[in-house]
Design a binder for this molecule. Structure first.
Ligand SMILES: *[C@@H]1O[C@H](CO)[C@@H](O)[C@H](O)[C@H]1NC(C)=O
Ligand SMILES: *[C@@H]1O[C@H](CO)[C@@H](O)[C@H](O)[C@H]1NC(C)=O
Length: 157
């Protein structure tokens, strides 16, 4: 029983360490992708609207400080534009977040009625290390509330 407990503990330790995958190309950058999210960012007030020029969405999203170690809080309103399919800055609803910004992106989903929303929080530590925590969700466009599971975390020195 004692031996199997040790085996279990070492399996957990290995599983926890293994998902850390470095891109290998740059020695100072690491990206960790996790199946179990680091955190969930709650979003509300989702709405989309379309005009002949394209479609845009808007939603509020926030996170408490320390959702991963050292991360500042944010509270923003995002308005990704469908046709651009690229990251766009969200608007800070709080001041004093000089080293922190949030971006969002709206991309295609194969399934009708769903939209794919990605959100990234980029912040810089006092050490100068830049972090990028991100995740995405495929959401029902008719619902105003959803959450983004944070599954990717990058650190660049
Ligand atoms: C969502 O953002 C808008 C615009 O800043 C703000 O007026 C509203 O209070 C926010 N709602 C919530 C629930 O945070
Ligand atoms: C943040 O990470 C996401 C996911 O890897 C990536 O697509 C995005 O370009 C990154 N943003 C910045 C500013 O590095």
């Amino acid at each position: 029983m004692h031996a199997s407990l040790i085996a279990l503990v070492s399996t957990i330790a290995t599983a926890a360490a293994a998902p850390g995958s470095s891109d290998g190309a740059s020695s100072s950058s690491t990206t960790t992708v996790r199946n179990t999210p680091y955190a969930e960012w709650p979003a509300s007030h989702f709405a989309e609207s379309c005009s002949p020029g394209g479609c845009f969405a808007s939603f509020n999203i926030s996170a408490p400080a320390g959702y991963v170690a050292g991360a500042p809080a944010f509270d923003v309103v995002c308005h990704p534009i469908y046709i651009q399919q690229d990251w766009l800055d969200c608007d800070n609803t709080r001041t004093g977040q000089a080293n922190s910004r949030v971006q969002s992106m709206w991309t295609d989903v194969s399934q009708r009625g769903l939209v794919k929303i990605s959100v990234a929080h980029i912040w810089t530590r006092e050490s100068g290390q830049r972090n990028n925590a991100s995740g995405f969700a495929e959401i029902d466009a008719g619902k105003s509330m959803f959450s983004i599971p944070v599954t990717m975390l990058s650190a660049v020195l």
